[in-house]
Ligand binder design. Structure first.
Ligand SMILES: [Zn+2]
Length: 332
């Protein structure tokens, strides 16, 4: 058997039939094109004619890309591609690809989390011959607390700081929605979000049985103690945020897996940080590899080399790091 995997514009798999599968490309040009989820680093810039993806990912993609310039792909299916809930963000799916002629099954994870949380079911790894896994947190230092403890800690902090407004920073698609649901559990009164987050909220609320109950913040919004405003991560150091902090005494809090490192707090200029993540931590990634039990593991993103070494040295699997524009063939 032979695995034929490349990282070029997206992840590219060549099937024995000569067909190519491209996952998460910017200008996907495969015979079969797959989109795992609608985060910017996975999403097309120029859409192919058709995409294999979930209905919700298609709806979010349309919201995040201008149809006039990026195009509007049709949603399609393919008999060789099975989509499985990835547990990462709303609509996210992993792809299990069957190369029947070669008798090889590939699993492309996209971004994954195995934790059940909020409206998401954790990723349940199937078996496969070739595992292509994201390794954002693929080093032993990246271990997150149990989900229920972490959520309780965040709600406690929201309640302990009621005498001030809070500014909560997370990705517009993913962390931002979870932060709103945590605010709902707390004693905080008013909940605001930015326009970008409100747009994503609307799509997720329509697709899933969930209501974030947030108001759009505008230029006239005046934050008071007890209020919470959820903002996109990349705005954490912008002038308008500093103005809010100065005029209202608001506390800034950052939410990311990177919060296990002290430097995350200083980089984002946060008053508080919590390792709330939409990815697997190191132990969860290890458990995914063992559950899939593949013949070969390909790692990419984040700690790709460290995790490949861990797979080979500690878990006894053949493993390679995928590097862009380098062909990675594996015989097994
Ligand atoms: Zn993602």
């Amino acid at each position: 058997m032979r695995a034929n995997v490349h990282l070029r514009d997206g992840l590219r798999i060549e099937l024995d039939s000569g067909e190519t599968v491209v996952a998460d490309g910017r200008r996907p040009a495969g015979d079969i094109n797959v989109l795992s989820h609608a985060h910017g680093d996975h999403l097309y810039r120029q859409a192919p004619a058709a995409l294999v993806c979930s209905e919700l990912t298609a709806a979010l993609a349309r919201r995040r890309r201008d149809e006039a310039t990026a195009g509007r792909p049709a949603r399609t299916t393919h008999p060789s591609v099975d989509l499985l809930d990835a547990g990462h963000v709303a609509g996210s799916q992993a792809a299990r690809i069957e190369d029947e002629a070669a008798d090889v099954t590939y699993l492309y994870t996209g971004d994954i989390s195995t934790r059940d949380r909020f409206y998401l079911s954790g990723f349940e790894p199937p078996d496969a011959d070739v595992l292509i896994v994201e390794t954002t947190y693929g080093e032993p230092g990246y271990v997150f607390p149990p989900q229920d403890e972490l959520e309780a800690e965040i709600v406690d902090w929201l309640d302990d700081t009621l005498d001030r407004p809070v500014l909560l920073f997370g990705y517009s698609l993913g962390r931002a929605q979870k932060l709103q649901l945590l605010v709902e559990r707390s004693e905080r009164s008013r909940l605001y979000v930015s326009d970008a987050i409100a747009c994503i909220n609307a799509v997720v609320e329509t697709a899933l049985d969930v209501d974030f109950g947030a108001e759009r913040s505008g230029p006239d919004t005046e934050l008071a103690p007890g209020d919470a405003l959820v903002l996109p991560t990349q705005t954490s150091k912008l002038a308008f945020v500093e103005n809010i902090v100065e005029s209202t005494g608001a506390v800034k809090a950052g939410f990311s897996g990177w919060a296990v490192e002290e430097s995350f707090k200083y980089r984002g200029d946060y008053g508080a940080t919590f390792p709330l993540s939409d990815h697997c931590d190191f132990n969860e990634l290890t458990a995914v590899v063992e559950a899939v039990d593949p013949e070969i593991v390909y790692t990419h993103h984040g700690s790709a080399e460290e995790f490949a070494t861990h797979c080979t040295g500690n878990l006894g699997y053949e493993a390679r790091t995928l590097k862009r524009n380098q062909t990675a063939l594996g015989d097994f």
